[in-house]
Write a protein that binds this ligand. Sequence first.
Ligand code: NAD
Length: 423
Amino acid sequence: MSDHADADTTDESPLDAALSQIERAADLIDLDGDLLEILTHPDQSHKVSIPFRRDDDSIEVLTGYRVQHDGVLGPYKGGLRFHPDVDAAECEALAIWMTLKCALLDLPFGGAKGGVVVDPKDLSDREHERVTRRFAEELRRFIGPNYDVPAPDMGTDAQTMAWFMDAYSMQAGEAQPGVVTGKPPAIGGSHGRMEAPGRSTAIAVREACNHYNLQLDNMTVAVQGFGAVGENAARVLHEWGATVVAVSDLNGAYYDPDGLDIPYIIEETELGFADCEDCYEEKLPNDELLTLDVDVLIPAAIGGVLNESNAADVKADLIVEGANGPTTPAADRIFEERGIPVIPDVLANAGGVTVSYFEWLQDISRREWTLEEVREELGEKMLEAFAETEERVEEEGVTWREGAYMVALDRLVEAHELRGLWP
Ligand code: NAD
């Protein structure tokens, strides 16, 4: 579970960034102004109060959000964060990115995001469970397997989803596994869901290397964040022969220019990077990881870490976004000027929502896929989305982010035009 804040070093808020990115892509596809107006406003935004009992019997009231951005392609889909910085605007930005991500991967889902304003470190396990159950109850009018399907995000995990699914099911009077994804496999979760966003990030690195005629097994890689996304991206890239030279969590970075032993680090640091002296050659402050002289940089922790203040110092030749929104638009412009390609979050970490879609399919059809099936289907989906984005990059001379947004927007526009405006 995570325990961190989105960096406060952003030059633009996540919502400003998401809106300016969508407007830029809209320009590129000559999008009709009316549709842009629709896509720059969320369908619904819910704010709820969550009273819960502390272990000492006192009562506290937390605030929770769920923003549903655009449902033209299907039920809303997106994570739930437990984090002190959660607010309506951040949820809206993240919901916009989810809409684009689902459209890019051609999934029958719209975008949503939500969360609770709380530091999960301040909650005991029992308190975390009570907050989750009450949050599920407060959201039950706005969610459901055919309407809006949450998933884990920062500060929440498979156990949180299990409690959420149980609370929803108890009130429904029957098991409703399809109400959330990212559950443990024993109660309807999918094999390969936890590793999925990290695996897709690794696939994005591999495909980008192919595109630029680089050999993956000659690449050095630095990964910021060692949670669901970063750890799995590092593990898969290590398995595929890349040299992962730096990884980090909130407590700092481990660095070894000859390559870290990623499986050993995973084993030794289950509870965090506090200290494991034989895991590294050198320990670095977190922000130094971002400017290491490596071939590939994977920010996989929090938003806004690559911004106007450090973009000029980044020495990587390729950036692949494991986290959501790690690069601000100002940094994007600097990377474009410097010729550093950025494979965007909506493509790179889309494995999370893609395997969530597979989980949802398994839940509604009551059928379990094997890990091999999940990995194979994920690989195919990623290759399709990568190829469509690559085509825009090659044919229209746009950045990878612009290309990905253009593919996604085209799908959203077609669906909006076909469905028309009600009434
Ligand atoms: P997580 O909570 O599992 O892990 C986050 C990691 O980042 C932790 O190791 C934490 O210690 C570290 N971290 C936090 N602040 C840091 C800092 N300043 N410097 C270095 N490390 C720091 O979270 P996650 O699920 O891996 O999510 C990470 C990012 O990926 C988020 O932006 C999230 O929205 C995005 N994402 C997650 C999923 C998913 O399914 N989990 C899917 C797609 C995208």
